[in-house]
Design a protein around this ligand. Structure first.
Ligand code: G1P
Length: 290
């Protein structure tokens, strides 16, 4: 079975739920404590053994490419001032030459189309998809759990899911299961943004996938689905007729950072987890809540 070495990160989205901040800042670079959201997701990918990241970008997303490059003047300044710990932290995050690729989605045609844009860079091997506005806090990481499930099922497609907050299923992709026994279950269907009251379960697709390259044939139809967009969920449902899909309810906590309250929650949670900040953060936040 081929190892999962590559991940696709669709970063072309406009981030309208967090306007006006996203007017000039890509939503993936909004800050959680002192790091961009994307930095948490890239760390999760690396911990899962991913060797190559394919970013599907769009207009006004150039800052993402710059983030993963040297900032020569800044590095010189830090070096000159002896701020070596900070410098080392910055350098540790940089990819080695050739470990990242950027491909442009030239029109916002949907998540399925964004993933399809990466087809030549992925080639014929299983790969991961990571929705980069989701910070998934887990040990081992959510993607590592999904890759393990992919191996455990002998190479099945894996979709990470979790229980949907009451009344919100119509905003997500929702899966149907062939019975539920433990965290990893065979899927029988999935639907993108089901109308209220028609959802087949309360489990939503939360942002990590391990897919076989055959998904690109399913995506090549360019069929429009929910919201007039080319949906990854529809292509997966098509592929499910010929290949097994499993839903993995991962063990961890998800922060939807593409949402105002989700971003705030991620900031508070990540600050409270940081040994260097937890005490000061708690002291600053607690009085605000009383
Ligand atoms: C996308 C997916 C959906 C998934 C969601 C998670 O939807 O199409 O299946 O549940 O991400 O955030 P979007 O948020 O782009 O509408």
């Amino acid at each position: 079975m081929a190892r999962v070495r590559k991940a696709v990160l669709p970063v072309a989205g406009l981030g309208t739920r967090v306007l006006p901040a996203t007017k000039t800042i890509p939503k993936e670079l909004l800050t959680v404590v002192d790091r961009p959201i994307l930095s948490y997701v890239v760390e999760e990918a690396r911990q899962a053994g991913i060797e190559h990241l394919v970013f599907v970008t769009g207009r006004a997303k150039g800052a993402i490419e710059d983030y993963f490059d040297h900032q020569v003047e800044l590095e010189d300044q830090l070096r000159a001032k002896g701020k070596t710990a900070m410098l080392e932290e910055l350098l540790a995050e940089l990819p080695k030459p050739g470990e990242m690729s950027f491909v442009r989605q030239m029109a916002p045609l949907g998540l399925g189309h964004a993933v399809w844009c990466a087809r030549d860079l992925i080639g014929d091997e299983p790969f991961a998809v990571m929705l980069p506005d989701m910070i998934m806090d887990a040990t081992p990481g959510a993607l590592a759990q999904a890759i393990e499930a992919h191996e455990q099922t002998g190479g099945a497609n894996i979709v990470v899911v979790e229980p949907c907050p009451e009344g919100q299923a119509h905003q997500y992709g929702i899966v149907a299961l062939d019975g539920q026994d433990g965290r990893l279950n065979r899927m029988t269907g999935m639907v993108e943004k089901p109308p209220k009251g028609t959802e087949p379960s309360n489990l939503f697709i939360s942002g990590r996938y391990v897919l076989n390259a055959s998904i690109f044939d399913a995506l090549a139809h360019h069929e429009k689905g929910a919201g007039g967009e080319i949906q990854l969920t529809d292509a997966m449902a098509r592929l499910m007729k010929t290949e097994p899909f499993h839903a993995l309810e991962y063990a961890g906590t998800t922060y939807d950072c593409g949402d105002k309250v989700g971003l705030l929650r991620a900031n508070v949670a990540m600050a409270l987890k940081r040994p260097d900040l937890a005490e000061a953060a708690r002291a600053a936040i607690t009085p605000l809540l009383s």
